[in-house]
Design a protein around this ligand. Structure first.
Ligand SMILES: [Zn+2]
Length: 116
């Protein structure tokens, strides 16, 4: 992979990272922003039974979204670290280069198509 391609992937990763952080900030608060560690916020709507039920429902919805977003964010952070280390685009499993087309679809891919 040449420098220009690497730059393009880096930009795509940073953009997606920003979007994910924005979405996460609506439903969670950061514990460790560098690691992409977040905790779902719990909104206190009131102490009535109905309020508590709504709170729980909202919380569990947010929690599942938060877990999915957090996982994506951590994959992106890991990919950005691989760019710094110079190991980006190399399959973690078989150590061969990951197909560029695969990286274009998923810039945070850790493995090649064979090893996925
Ligand atoms: Zn592989």
């Amino acid at each position: 992979m040449d420098k220009k391609q690497l730059e393009t992937f880096k930009e795509a990763l940073l953009k997606e990272k920003e979007n994910l952080e924005k979405s996460l900030s609506k439903i969670a608060r950061p514990i460790d922003i560098k690691k992409g560690d977040y905790q779902t916020t719990f909104e206190d709507l009131g102490s009535a039974k109905e309020d508590n039920a709504t709170e729980m429902e909202q919380y569990s919805d947010n929690l599942s979204v938060e877990v999915a977003l957090e996982k994506k964010l951590q994959d992106i952070i890991a990919a950005l670290k691989r760019i710094e280390k110079g190991t980006y685009g190399i399959c973690e499993n078989c150590h061969h280069e990951i197909d560029l087309e695969r990286l274009k679809i998923n810039p945070s891919a850790k493995t090649c198509i064979k090893c996925q």
